[in-house]
Design a protein around this ligand. Structure first.
Ligand code: ADP
Ligand code: MP5
Ligand code: MG
Length: 557
């Protein structure tokens, strides 16, 4: 994905742009950094006009955008897009609904305008109580609503106003008629810190001006700026002559050409609302205007690319996936069922050293363990490089998913997230369990190594799903690992509110003793050497599986 920004002064005659990866070029000198989408950026510079939000105690303030817009029943645009965009960008979003539209991927079927009293009351409710940083407007379907907004903001001022002068949807349907134009020009635009019209809206605001080239967009941005807004972003999503998606940003002094690749997709319904909300969200977080616009554009490009093949509705214009989650659950379904403690019955933990010693790949090792009856797999690659570890994890995950066996990653939460593994197993000195739970979310499996009843109780309180307790017997796999013995294991099991898997030196010779401890929450054994430091993993796993079944007299499918 390329994305380029170039800057020229308003007096310069030509816009220059260099399509070199993701480097932004500015005539102004500034510090370089990377934004959250990986693009090299120029940090806000002293001379750059900044709309930085100053919230006294800004460290503890939750950034808050209020969107004043119409509802879209198809949830691709309008209020629904604004809520999703703000959520995706980590900003709280409250809502004032100005109209209820019946919309889908075919277009707009009905518009019902909310009463002026209700809009005024909604504005008052939110603005009088909640500390709103940025107000973002979308569909304002009547002159009265613009006036109400103006009055409300006089009574309850906010620091920034982002105006998306919605008039025509991407589908071409009219959402605010031409009678509103004078009010937009005279009242709304002068209040705005930034306006974000699309080409049709730009043309309408300028009395029907033809817009066919990037130069036309540039002069239009200047004309709109003359109407009073502090900044103008003319969006070129619909510019037919351009193979890239080019927007022109003008701050009254400099023009910036924001260029990204044009994603080939039908799923562009709501791009305008999303862009404006994302700008508002970044401003609420304290960004300067130019950085906010750059991040928002990159966000739109990223979500369009990610969502290009999702399939919602039968019409020509589909919505996209603000949260970057839908495709994963459709194309790469994770194990949908919840964690089942009986999965811990025969827990195979890989060891890169042993696989190397026996000349087998990690995927062969995992496959053999599953064929022999392993009921859960953990990949433990202490020495692997991150890139190699990720590739191994992805390959093992494919095998595990085919066999409906959960795959956990030892310690490396980043690897688990990157490959969408079923969970992680952490030790006492790894990332704290409550942090792992926050980062992995409620659905992933988290296991913790515990040696004491105190560890076990903490694991439960912190949100783990199971504990691994040991080393039960002496083992070579872990240096300096205190052995707790069968008594220690039993003590931990009795204290634990979570299911337990025993670990440490367990093999065909002692597994029976472990399973016969007679504590209900001891679900199984985790094994490294007894499976992987052997010539034939499948045979060893099968033998251990048989022995465990005999020991508990139950069958694990
Ligand atoms: N196919 C696309 N690929 C990449 N970016 C796009 C695409 N379509 C629109 N955009 C971007 O989405 C944003 C919204 O633009 P636009 O579609 O022109 O506005 P609106 O949705 O209000 O009609 C702009 O930043 C534009 O460049
Ligand atoms: C309620 C509502 N507000 C705004 C738009 C503009 O949508 P788009 O971003 O597709 O131009 C819309 N279609 N519906
Ligand atoms: Mg659009």
């Amino acid at each position: 994905m390329g994305f380029l920004l170039s800057s020229t002064t308003s007096t310069s005659t030509s816009i220059f742009h260099h399509k070199i990866c993701t480097v932004f070029i500015s005539k102004q000198a500034g510090r370089q950094g990377f934004d959250q989408f990986g693009a090299l950026t120029l940090k806000a510079m002293p001379e750059e006009k900044s709309l930085t939000i100053t919230n006294g105690s800004s460290n503890t303030k939750t950034p808050h955008v209020l969107t004043v817009a119409g509802s879209d029943s198809g949830a691709g645009a309008g209020i629904q897009a604004d809520l999703k965009a703000c959520a995706a960008r980590g900003v709280y979003c409250s809502t004032v609904i100005t109209a209820v539209t019946a919309q889908n991927t075919l277009g707009v079927q009905d518009v019902s305008i909310v009463s002026e009293e209700s809009v005024a009351a909604q504005l008052k409710s939110v603005l009088s109580d909640m500390r709103v940083d940025v107000v973002k407007t979308g569909m304002l379907p009547s002159i009265a609503m613009v006036k109400i907004l103006q009055d409300s903001l006089k009574q309850f001022p906010v620091q920034v106003l982002v105006v998306d002068p919605v008039m025509v949807s991407t589908s071409g349907d009219v959402l605010a008629g031409p009678s509103i134009l004078d009010t937009f020009r005279q009242d709304l635009l002068p209040m705005a810190d930034i306006i974000t019209p699309n080409l049709k809206e730009t043309s309408a605001l300028l009395g029907g001006k033809q817009l066919e080239t990037i130069n036309d967009m540039r002069s239009a941005a200047k004309s709109l700026h003359d109407m009073g807004p502090r900044n103008v972003l003319v969006k070129g999503g619909d510019l037919p002559s351009s193979s890239d998606a080019v927007d022109i940003f003008f701050d009254g002094k400099d023009f910036y050409e924001l260029r990204s690749s044009r994603i080939k997709t039908r799923n562009t319904h709501g791009t305008g609302c999303t862009l404006a909300s994302c700008i508002a969200a970044e401003l609420a977080k304290g960004s300067s205007m130019l950085s906010a616009v750059k991040v928002a554009k990159r966000y739109v490009e990223t979500v369009l690319e990610y969502s290009k093949s999702i399939n919602i509705g039968n019409g020509p214009q589909g919505p996209f996936d603000h949260g970057l989650k839908l495709k994963r659950s459709v194309c790469n379904p994770s194990r949908m069922q919840k964690f089942d403690p009986s999965d811990l019955f025969l827990y195979a933990v890989t060891d890169s050293g042993m696989n190397k010693k026996w000349g087998r790949s990690i995927t062969d090792a995992v496959k053999a363990a599953i064929d022999g009856g392993a009921t859960i797999v953990q990949i433990r690659e202490k020495d692997a490089e991150t890139g190699d570890f990720l590739e191994s994890a992805k390959a093992c995950l494919e095998i595990c998913r085919l066999n409906n066996i959960p795959l956990l990653i030892n310690d490396r939460m980043d690897i688990a997230l990157a490959c969408d593994a079923d969970g992680v197993h952490v030790g006492q000195s790894d990332m704290p369990v409550n942090t792992v739970r926050t980062l992995l979310g409620p659905d992933k499996i988290i296991g913790v190594s515990c040696k004491t009843p105190e560890h076990a109780l903490k694991a439960w309180a912190d949100g783990a799903d199971y504990i691994g307790s040991g080393g039960v017997f002496p083992t070579n796999t872990k240096a300096n690992n205190r052995t707790i013995g069968l008594d220690g294991l039993k003590e931990v099991c009795l204290a634990s509110k979570l299911p337990v898997v025993a670990i440490g030196g367990i093999n065909l010779g002692n597994a029976r003793e472990v399973m016969e401890l007679g504590v209900v929450n001891l679900e199984g054994v985790a094994v490294v050497s007894a499976l992987f430091d052997r010539e034939c993993v499948e045979v060893e796993t099968r033998k251990l599986h048989g022995l465990l079944k005999e020991a508990v007299g139950s069958v694990k499918v």
